[in-house]
Unconditional design. Structure first.
Length: 330
């Protein structure tokens, strides 16, 4: 749906933020429930009541609010870049075995010091699943990781008032890397800890996120943790199982799923612990930066949503709002 505004009396960005504020969304939902039609149309939006200050003030308010969105976008793009770096390193070391191939060819592995290069073998050996660096092998998810399958608590323990732990069920909650808080649970059945990898195990199978806080996991989610807390390795190891996860979504069933036994049996590379430790030392600072950026963008989003109604109603002066932006972005 596309809607144009009269530029003589309304700023498009201001109208967008006006409609995006919680009060407007709640009114739209109430009106939708009242009419029995779970959607809105152009006619409804044209008749939606909106309070407009003068255009100059509208533009100033929209400029303040868009500054939040711009900062949030920068943080998200930064996280995308950081994650791509860690993912590329995982693929190089544990999928393509680039350091081993370089040493086999008599070359020094790229992008690492001599001490790290010395951790990699100089030859391959055959296994049932293909050639791997000598001394490595393949194990299973059940052998290499601590796997916890989620379990949904009784429905009367859920709430949207932030009471208890955040409750996640799968793709509906998952984001780029971290899930979004929507529902909470006061009596969790299964819990994932901070840094655990979260995997969707029901319709669809294989979406991967990471717990940014201690949380409750429902039956649509499993948590995966490395015994030595190598968080980055666990996260990207689950990402690398994408094609195998797809098999459980394409077995002819309408509702794809994977049970604990099948999940535990999935094969994963089992490197030397020294290599795992080196990977963790390299990627942990990246992961910490990603978490910090995510926490900051969430703070900015909450502050933006708090300021929208106050700015629109005139309860908050623009200079004060700009000061709050600077403090939140510091």
């Amino acid at each position: 749906m596309r809607m144009r505004v009269d530029g003589a009396c309304a700023d498009p960005e201001f109208v967008y933020y006006y409609l995006a504020q919680r009060e407007s969304i709640e009114k739209i939902i109430r009106d939708s429930e009242h009419t029995g039609v779970p959607k809105i149309n152009l006619g409804y939006l044209k008749s939606f009541p909106i309070s407009l200050p003068d255009v100059r003030t509208q533009r100033a308010i929209a400029s303040v609010l868009s500054a939040f969105d711009e900062r949030i976008t920068v943080l998200r793009e930064t996280n995308t870049t950081l994650e791509a770096i860690a993912q590329a390193l995982f693929k190089s070391w544990f999928v393509d075995f680039d350091p081993v191939r370089a040493k086999l060819a008599g070359l020094a592995p790229k992008g690492m010091d001599e001490a790290t290069a010395a951790l990699f073998p100089e030859a391959f050996e055959d296994t049932e699943l293909g050639a791997v660096p000598k001394g490595w092998g393949y194990s299973s998810v059940g052998e290499s990781f601590v796997l916890t399958m989620g379990q949904s608590p009784p429905g009367d323990t859920y709430n949207d008032a932030a009471e208890g732990l955040a409750f996640y069920q799968g793709r509906t909650d998952f984001g780029f890397r971290f899930p979004t808080q929507r529902v909470f649970c006061v009596k969790p059945s299964r819990i994932a800890e901070v840094g655990d990898t979260l995997v969707s195990v029901r319709a669809p199978v294989g979406d991967v996120n990471m717990a940014i806080e201690r949380c409750c996991i429902g039956r649509g989610v499993a948590s995966v943790r490395h015994p030595k807390d190598y968080r980055g390795f666990a996260f990207y190891a689950m990402r690398s199982l994408g094609e195998q996860f797809k098999m459980f979504d394409s077995e002819g069933t309408v509702f794809g799923s994977i049970n604990k036994k099948d999940f535990q049996a999935l094969p994963v590379i089992s490197p030397d612990d020294g290599v795992l430790r080196a990977y963790d030392e390299l990627t942990s600072p990246i992961d910490r930066r990603v978490v910090k950026n995510e926490q900051q963008l969430r703070t900015l989003a909450i502050l933006r949503d708090t300021l929208i109604p106050r700015l629109i109603s005139g309860q908050l002066r623009l200079p004060e709002a700009q000061h709050q932006i600077e403090e939140a972005a510091a």
